[in-house]
Design a protein around this ligand. Structure first.
Ligand code: F6P
Length: 550
């Protein structure tokens, strides 16, 4: 690691220029911006990988964009992108390259880590996954009693769960109907108990997905799954049953073997794939089994289209860079604390859950890459659920609350299923919401409708709430890959500007260590000597007593 601390981005003249500009923009309303520039709605748009991104409803002008782009250039975002995509060890705290873009590189690319071209390795694993997925899908992969597999259970957590789980649901219309693909993640035994309650061990395949193969939740669930299987198939089935009903996805072959899974049934990936950037690696095996290898490769093409766009498009036309820069604008200069992602697509039900790890585990940091405490805000709180449901829950706060919450609206021209008038109604809401958030309803308009007294204030909508609209043709594997890559590179853009290492996650360690210390204190027969704070000690004692322990 370098010992020379780089200056904080907040000390750059480009930052000061944005701060000064934000003061003059604070009172500017989107109503005025649209009134003075009728071309705004056409000009502030970008096309990428079949997605139309409209960022006209943001509190920005050409000057704002110029200043934001100048900031990106000042921190050498382009150079940083090149370094990431060519295998430099930019994850300095773990000494690793960051090459999720190599997971979707075409076979003829040469991307080297320590002098080795990793692209052939990527394609070899993809081919192995495809071969296995086809066997499961066709029924030629048999369980130990000779029956075909009907249910696949992915056991993993964090990056080894959220991506494939999100995508398997998102792409349900593309999935094989004969296969049920489920996800178990929580160490709460209710998760695995519930998800296996109706399963037949003879036709169930478990995929144990863990980069490290040491994660407490995953290894506990994997051990319980093995016990569940052997209890049903008879202990005699032993190693054969494990061999036919368990496969692993990991970077740690020795740990996989130690668990009892034949490494011939392991699909590998590499330390240069971060967990939250791994759904397009072997971690996506469950997804590939669901949708098939061809659709999986279509998804990779979507990722790749956005990678190429991000690496080459000028920043004024660069969708992920603009998304990142707009987040900086509101987070650092308007005090926005959170960012809401609102897919008007029920199949994207867990898209925001996925983005939470991607964004918050990447940029939820308080020190720069060389360990200096930042004096500015970093990653936002990311949240969201599909529209229109949220409209009847928390949109009240988006429209009339005191907080500024920039929003991404994601919608599609064509539905998954054409059911009566549903899709047009969905999309009417989609377009209405960004219009309402931007332009609101003035007191004069409310009054003109006959409201009087205090009701005028209650019924007034200030507007000026910024939104990005992302409109795709249809939610396909290609589109989903493109959407995910958009957000990956948005997060990267922001991490580079804030000077963070977006690729480590030391913040998850302390809780893990303490949990490992507390676990035996909960289960020991004898009363443990507790040396925590008085609150934690009392809580542990109360739990032990309630569980009938000394
Ligand atoms: O606890 C956080 C984390 O390390 C994530 O970064 C990761 O995606 C998750 O745990 C699961 O890790 P693994 O794939 O090694 O089981």
């Amino acid at each position: 690691m370098t010992t020379d601390a780089a200056p904080l981005v907040s000390s750059r003249p480009e930052w000061a220029a944005l701060a000064a500009h934000s003061t003059s923009m604070r009172e500017v309303h989107l109503r005025d911006l649209f009134a003075t520039d009728p071309t705004r709605g056409e000009r502030y748009t970008v096309e990428v990988a079949g997605l139309h991104l409209d960022y006209a409803k943001h509190r920005i002008t050409d000057e704002t964009l110029d200043l934001l782009v100048a900031l990106a250039e000042a921190v050498d975002l382009r150079g940083a992108t090149q370094r990431m995509m060519t295998g430099a060890r930019i994850n300095v705290t773990e000494g690793r390259a960051v090459l999720h873009t190599a997971l979707r590189a075409p076979a003829d690319r040469d991307i080297e880590v320590d002098g080795r071209n990793v692209v052939p390795d990527v394609h070899a694993v993809l081919d192995a996954m495809a071969g296995f997925a086809e066997q499961v899908r066709s029924g030629s992969w048999k369980g130990v009693t000779g029956k075909a597999i009907t249910t696949v259970v992915n056991i993993g957590i964090g990056g080894s769960d959220l991506g494939p789980a999100m995508a398997t649901f998102a792409l349900a219309p593309y999935a094989a109907e004969s296969l049920d693909v489920r996800f178990v993640s929580n160490v709460d035994g209710d998760d695995i108990a519930h998800k296996t309650a109706d399963l037949d061990a003879e036709t169930t395949l478990f995929i144990v997905a863990s980069k490290t193969f040491t994660t407490q939740e995953t290894m506990t669930n994997a051990a319980s799954a093995r016990a569940w299987l052997l209890e049903r198939l008879g202990a005699d089935a032993g190693a054969d049953a494990v061999a036919r009903h368990f496969v692993a996805v990991s970077t740690a072959a020795d740990e996989v073997a130690a668990f009892g899974i034949d490494t011939a049934n392991m699909f590998g990936f590499w330390d240069w794939v971060g967990g939250r950037y791994s759904m397009d690696s072997a971690v996506g095996l469950s997804l590939m089994i669901a949708i098939g290898p061809d659709a999986f490769r279509d998804m990779l093409s979507g990722f790749r289209a956005v990678d190429e766009h991000f690496a080459s498009a000028p920043y004024r036309e660069n969708a992920p860079a603009l998304m990142g820069l707009l987040g900086i604008w509101y987070g650092n200069f308007f005090g926005a604390q959170s960012h809401v992602v609102l897919p008007y697509a029920q199949y994207l039900d867990s898209f925001a859950d996925y983005l939470q790890q991607l964004d918050m585990e990447s940029n939820g940091k308080s020190v720069t890459i060389d360990g200096t405490r930042v004096d500015y805000e970093t990653g936002p709180v990311v949240w969201g659920t599909p529209g229109t449901n949220g409209q009847h829950a928390y949109y009240q706060l988006l429209h009339q609350g005191t907080k500024l919450i920039p929003a991404d609206f994601i919608g599609f021209v064509h539905p998954g299923a054409e059911v009566g008038v549903h899709h047009d109604l969905l999309m009417a809401n989609f377009f209405a919401q960004t219009e309402a958030l931007a332009f609101g309803k003035s007191a004069a308009e409310v009054e003109a409708e006959g409201a009087t007294g205090a009701l005028i204030a209650h019924k007034t909508f200030e507007g000026n709430r910024p939104t990005t609209t992302i409109l795709g043709e249809k939610l396909t594997p290609f589109t989903l890959g493109a959407l995910i890559a958009l957000y990956e590179h948005k997060v990267f853009t922001q991490g580079i500007i804030w000077g963070l290492n977006s690729f480590d996650q030391w913040g998850v360690q302390l809780g893990k260590v303490l949990a490992n210390r507390i676990a035996p204190e909960l289960t020991s027969d004898a009363a443990p000597d507790l040396a925590h704070d008085s609150s934690t000690n009392a809580l542990i004692r109360r739990y032990r007593t309630a569980r009938g322990r000394a």
